[in-house]
Ligand binder design. Structure first.
Ligand SMILES: *Cc1c(COP(=O)(O)O)cnc(C)c1O
Length: 431
């Protein structure tokens, strides 16, 4: 389903050999498959069709304008977490009514921008934020809508840095406080507070945490209804998994089979509940790879190091989250095509290799202790499942320019972000 395949022993993105893309854009570069983006988006849309949800792609996972434009063309809305992302979404042509805005620290300036743009929904994370939004809306004379981000206190069993729905996280308001929140702010003249927002973490590799959090949200909705407050929007957030290893993640249809029955009854009738999903990773992760070139190979003790031109500055996830990304040569030959993406592949002739970057940091690695075909200086490696939280978390540490980005559609490859120059690196410095 993901259009990165070996043909005759060489990796292709859709119909284009990866080596051609590296020649076109240089390395390191991110390569995205348009058709894979489309397939992941449509699979989710179809799986949840009984709820007719608004899908708001999470801009922070992969925010290149060309990617956003493509998703807008498929009918996607956008989930943004900053004024910058909001402007990206608008520039990409997203209907403001389909923009939802979350984030614990929205500044006055960002709130003003979002009100001016007349976005569809603010996802509110605290009492103080609601009061600030209401004050600014009044000053500007612009009415808006909001959902309260509720913290359902479920454990999505993911990395502690990406666990967002437990009681001790900084996100949202505890369930017990939610009723009082609606009682206090539910009749605000400027901000119509009629939604509940959940986002429990990412990636969530089982459907159970969704079951638990949606059930809790429904109980809250029913309690509010008894007090005369009708919830009209339920935003379930994102967090659906992606296959970093083959068959690791539930599919869109698996999540849907858990969630749809809970909500289907409420999504029909004269005043149906509006459901919003905020998928990021599940759409973009396997639609992108990072291409990197091996600069040097060296032995250190009994270890083999492949020193690459990409590192933690290009893809932060391995060093920041201890995340696993499958890595394999772009041209391993017919006999060394990997049968699947896995931590350990049993094939003859593999060598234990540390895939590291050029930075002056011991934490600068892409893959630790990996069995790989023998690599040589100049070889290209593909780092898989890099489409989400790859480029958007890249930095210029050690004064390396940011990677280029290429979007492939069939036989056509387009550079959607050019490689930065030294002039770009110092463009904002004053001397
Ligand atoms: C990051 C984020 C998402 C997307 O998460 P994924 O795991 O990429 O699907 C959705 N909603 C909110 C509020 C987020 O912060």
């Amino acid at each position: 389903m993901d259009e990165f395949r070996y043909q005759h022993g060489v990796l292709h993105c859709e119909a284009v050999p990866a080596a051609d893309l590296a020649r076109l854009a240089g390395t390191p570069c991110y390569v995205y498959s348009q058709s894979t983006l489309t397939q992941h988006f449509e699979r989710l849309r179809d799986a949840f069709a009984p709820l007719s949800p608004l899908l708001c792609y999470s801009v922070k996972c992969c925010s290149n304008l060309a990617i956003l434009r493509h998703l807008v063309s498929l009918g996607s809305g956008m989930d943004v977490v900053s004024g910058g992302e909001l402007q990206r979404a608008r520039l990409a042509g997203c209907d403001p009514a389909k923009i939802v805005y979350a984030g614990v620290g929205k500044s006055d300036e960002e709130i003003r921008l979002a009100l001016t743009e007349r976005i569809g929904l603010f996802n509110i994370e605290s009492e103080m934020e609601f009061e600030n939004l209401s004050r600014i809306a009044k000053e500007m004379g612009l009415k808006t809508s909001a959902a309260l981000r509720v913290n359902p206190d479920v454990d999505p069993k993911t990395h502690r840095y990406t666990t967002t729905g437990k009681r001790e996280s900084k996100f949202g308001v505890d369930l017990e406080r939610a009723e009082a929140f609606f009682a206090k702010y539910g009749h605000d003249p400027m901000v119509s507070l009629r939604g509940i927002h959940l986002h429990i973490g990412s990636p969530v590799y089982s459907t159970a945490p969704y079951l638990e959090s949606v059930e809790k949200a429904l109980r809250l909705m029913d309690a509010l209804a008894e007090r005369g407050i009708t919830i009209t929007t339920l935003d379930l957030g994102g967090g659906f998994g992606a296959d970093y290893e083959s068959d690791q993640s539930p599919l869109a249809i698996d999540y849907a089979q858990t969630i749809v029955p809970l909500l289907a009854g409420r999504c029909t009738g004269s005043s149906p509940l509006r459901v919003i999903l905020e998928p990021g990773r599940t759409i973009a992760a396997n639609a992108g790879i990072l291409l990197t070139r091996v600069e040097y190979v060296k032995q250190s003790g009994d270890r083999t190091f492949a020193i690459c031109d990409a590192g933690m500055h290009s893809l932060l996830r391995p060093s920041h989250y201890g995340a696993f990304h499958f890595v394999w040569p772009v041209a391993p030959g017919e006999s060394m095509v990997p049968p699947r993406r896995a931590r350990e592949l049993v094939m003859p002739g593999l060598v234990r290799t540390e895939v590291v970057g050029p930075l002056c940091e011991t934490g600068d690695f892409l893959a630790e202790d990996r069995l790989l075909p023998t690599v040589a200086r100049g070889d290209l490696l593909a780092v898989y499942t890099a489409g989400a939280y790859g480029m958007t978390m890249a930095s210029r540490y050690n004064s390396h320019p940011l990677p280029a980005e290429v979007l492939v559609n069939g036989t056509t490859a387009t550079i959607i972000r050019r490689r930065e120059s030294f002039a770009d690196l110092i463009a904002h410095e004053v001397s």
